[in-house]
Design a protein around this ligand. Structure first.
Ligand SMILES: Cc1cc2nc3c(=O)[nH]c(=O)nc-3n(C[C@H](O)[C@H](O)[C@H](O)COP(=O)(O)OP(=O)(O)OC[C@H]3O[C@@H](n4cnc5c(N)ncnc54)[C@H](O)[C@@H]3O)c2cc1C
Length: 350
């Protein structure tokens, strides 16, 4: 009988990996501590096809977006919850250089950047605005909680803290708390950086914060950006306002400085009344080369890693999960270039 795979973590990585294994009828168990340190539960869920000051098309956008839409729509039907919404981004450049970059993209006939006729009078737009589309909002919150509920009903998830010191290695299997597993896959986000098996990898952990607000008069059909400042439709008619990209954080918790800065930026960008209801923060599992790290440990070959989703986990996780499962089942090389853990085998062999 095939031994189950133990997946540590049920963020986007663990959710998409377990969904793929479920579809392929591969036995598994997910262990998650209840989203204690989850980046996924605080993510705004945006799939934005352009990035950076020059508004360049994001890495492997065609591959990632097509697979992500197919998978989230399949999950939508499977779980009976709305997950995918096509939502144009109304982006207001906050400096002349960014305006020039958008103008260049408009002149070059960009597939994703378009002129906007509507006035959007409630937006402060000294350098005008463009629409970025097609772009999508994924309801990550509903996805995580609905998939968790399904896994619990199927007895495929345990809510517990994984302690790697209790992992026992045998020739062709691993044992954890008396249960046998064929493999153990770490999908535990930023926490992998403290694992004795993975800590030498080039993580570049990155903290992000967001405020949740009520802005009743703001039109929900769009999400709004000014530079890297985003205002995104969220759960229960609220708005998600963020974020920050902090590589030198001293606390994983929300900070007053962030709240003060974002409320002031919001007041300068949107001239509508807003009331803060919550403040969240989490650590993104980013890497120095900004690419995922997926594969098996060269020394402990039954230990796998599904990590490095960084700032783009929503669009990348589905294609990566499918490709990783093909690798596990058939040894097929990962389809996504530069995402293979093999590039760090030397470091892991030390
Ligand atoms: C503020 C913010 C906004 C973001 N917005 C976007 C966005 O709009 N679009 C986008 O694509 N990406 C966004 N991201 C990035 C995205 O959230 C990440 O790429 C993604 O969530 C990483 O998923 P993961 O499953 O690897 O990690 P996580 O979501 O962190 O999941 C890891 C899970 O493992 C659990 N865990 C950890 N240690 C243990 C243990 N010992 N035992 C048991 N369980 C454990 C954690 O509690 C968690 O549930 C955002 C991130 C932040 C912080």
């Amino acid at each position: 009988m095939q031994l189950p795979i133990l997946i540590i973590g049920q963020g986007l990585a663990g959710t998409l990996l377990s969904f793929e294994l479920y579809q392929q009828r591969v036995p598994f168990l997910v262990l998650d501590d209840g989203f204690t340190t989850s980046a996924s539960v605080v993510a705004s869920g945006v799939m934005n096809p352009v990035t950076g000051r020059q508004a360049h098309v994001t890495w492997e956008v065609d591959l990632f977006f097509a697979k992500a839409l197919e998978t989230y729509q399949a999950l939508e039907s499977f779980l009976g919850v709305a997950l995918v919404k096509k939502t144009p981004i109304i982006s207001c450049p906050n400096n002349p250089e960014m305006r020039l970059a958008y103008d260049k993209q408009l002149t070059d006939g960009s597939k994703y950047i378009h002129a906007v006729e509507e006035p959007f009078t409630y937006l402060h737009q000294p350098f005008g605005k463009v629409a970025i589309q097609p772009s999508y909002l994924i309801n990550v919150h509903s996805l995580l909680y609905s998939w968790r509920q399904f896994l619990q009903q199927q007895h495929l998830l345990q809510t517990a803290v994984f302690n790697e010191e209790l992992l026992e290695f045998h020739e062709d299997k691993l044992q954890y708390q008396g249960q046998n597993f064929g493999r153990v896959i770490y999908a535990n986000g930023a926490a992998a950086a403290t694992s004795s098996y993975w800590q030498n990898l080039p993580f570049a952990l990155n903290k992000g914060e967001a405020l949740l607000l009520d802005i009743p008069a703001l039109a929900k059909d769009y999400l709004y950006k000014s530079g890297i400042f985003s205002v995104v439709p969220w759960q229960n008619q609220q708005w998600w306002v963020g974020s920050s990209y902090d590589n030198h954080f001293t606390t994983p918790l929300p900070t007053q400085a962030f709240a003060k800065q974002k409320l002031s930026q919001l007041a300068n960008f949107i001239t509508l009344p807003a009331t803060q209801t919550a403040h969240v923060a989490a650590i993104r599992p980013s890497t120095v080369d900004r690419k995922p790290m997926i594969g098996f440990h060269p020394k402990w070959n039954l230990l796998g890693l599904f990590n490095g989703l960084g700032t783009k986990g929503v669009s990348m996780a589905p294609a990566l999960a499918t490709s990783f499962v093909q690798n596990i089942l058939h040894g097929t090389p990962l389809k996504v270039p530069n995402a293979q853990l093999e590039r760090f085998h030397k470091i892991l062999n030390r």
